[in-house]
Design a protein around this ligand. Structure first.
Ligand code: LMR
Length: 397
């Protein structure tokens, strides 16, 4: 039967990662896949994670199953951190959650919940959005559409267009996927005022917010990075939240994520909880435990938590410093618009006005690796190669 299989194109981000690995130029600049890198270009295990692993190794007594929705200590600590521990969603029990196989697993579980509750709902995603959003969510059998978001000329958010589009095209009961912070791939986030407006707009139009929080802690700081999410929870009666611990805990391959379903009341939350367990059982039965056990350990221990926050702050500050240096170089070398955008954007990514051909030329002629859409992972640069990087970008443009 397998002779009937047709080949599939490799995932663009994964293919870029392989191409960069194969490049023998010692001065190559890897701005591809969204993983944090230090000044030496390495993605090391965080110290807090290593310490938690040591302690966990000594303590762990069994590898027996936990549950289809994973560990309660992990889920509770994550929800308390993201929502605030005295958030009414938690104190009133209007919350169901499941540990998931990374942020992707969380997004998929959320999509399956939508499919069970409202199979005819359309899920609206930004143009552009993370390349895997559409495959992940549409595989649950949901319809998907795009709303305008990033203006490739101003390199900022087209908020008015976004709202006008959703107002005229989205129907009551549809779902709007929003990047909680550090928009992937553009780094262009909603301002506080825009989040305030968005939350009211969603309620008024009866649209369900689905917040993807994959990079929190890596934008402007933990509190600021959850501003939009908390505003949504304070305003909208229902929401879905998909979170990832890949980036902020550096647990990429361990696959640690969380899906939260925020409901109108406790009774509905209980039903949603049963749905999450049953959906996960049908797909992977149970989520992997190790990474989530480490996150629970870190968040529930004041010493480990402080260690983690310090490292996270250092990662964020390094990226802010690189942004500022790249911005200065771009300004000096003549591109004010790019310079301002790179400085104003948040997190790991910015999307530059680079065409597919220009991205290919950057790879071939300068060993600079970015996606064909012009997305750069700022953590892949360092203070030594920033001037060269700015020059290479401006040369191809
Ligand atoms: C990215 O956007 O590069 C990361 O989220 C990694 C991935 O799985 O695509």
């Amino acid at each position: 039967m397998f002779e009937y299989l047709v080949p599939r194109a490799p995932d663009a981000i994964m293919a870029l990662m392989e191409a960069c690995k194969a490049d023998t130029n010692p001065n190559k600049i890897d701005l591809g896949v969204g993983v944090y890198k230090n000044d030496a270009g390495e993605t090391t295990v965080m110290k807090a994670v290593k310490e938690a692993e040591k302690r966990w190794w000594a303590e762990e007594q069994t590898k027996s199953y936990v549950s289809t929705v994973g560990r309660a200590d992990f889920r509770d600590a994550m929800c308390a951190m993201m929502f605030g521990e005295d958030n009414s969603v938690i104190t009133e029990g209007r919350l169901a959650s499941a540990q998931a196989g990374g942020g992707s697993g969380a997004l998929r579980l959320g999509a399956e919940v939508i499919k069970s509750a409202a199979p005819d709902a359309t899920v609206w995603v930004s143009t552009p959005t993370w390349a895997n959003h559409t495959p992940l969510i549409s595989s649950a059998g949901l319809k998907m559409e795009n709303y305008p978001y990033y203006n490739r000329e101003t390199l900022g958010v087209d908020f008015e267009d976004m709202i006008d589009h959703l107002r005229s095209k989205a129907k009551a009961g549809d779902v709007v996927l929003l990047h909680g912070c550090c928009h992937n791939p553009t780094g262009a986030d909603l301002s506080h005022e825009q989040w305030d407006y968005m939350a009211e707009f969603l309620v008024e139009r009866n649209l369900l917010p689905y917040v993807d929080l994959a990079y929190f802690g890596l934008g402007r700081g933990m509190e600021d990075d959850v501003y939009g999410l908390r505003k949504i929870l304070a305003t909208c009666p229902e929401a879905l939240v998909a979170a990832s611990c890949s980036k902020n805990f550096g647990l990429y391959r361990e696959r640690v994520g969380l899906i939260a379903v925020v409901t109108k009341d406790q009774e509905t939350a209980k039903i949603a909880q049963s749905q999450l367990g049953s959906i996960q059982r049908k797909i992977i039965s149970m989520p992997p435990d190790h990474g989530a056990a480490l996150v629970a350990k870190i968040l529930n221990d004041s010493e480990l938590r402080a260690m983690w926050i310090e490292e996270l702050d250092a990662m964020r500050n390094r990226m802010l410093d690189l942004r500022s240096r790249l911005s200065n170089e771009l300004a000096v070398q003549g591109s004010e618009v790019m310079a301002n955008a790179v400085k104003a954007q948040n997190g790991m990514f910015s999307t530059l006005p680079v065409s597919k051909e220009q991205a290919e030329a950057l790879r071939a002629d300068y060993s600079v690796y970015m996606t064909n859409s012009g997305r750069i992972n700022i953590a892949g640069a360092n203070i030594r190669n920033i001037p060269l990087l700015a020059k290479a970008i401006l040369d191809v443009l």
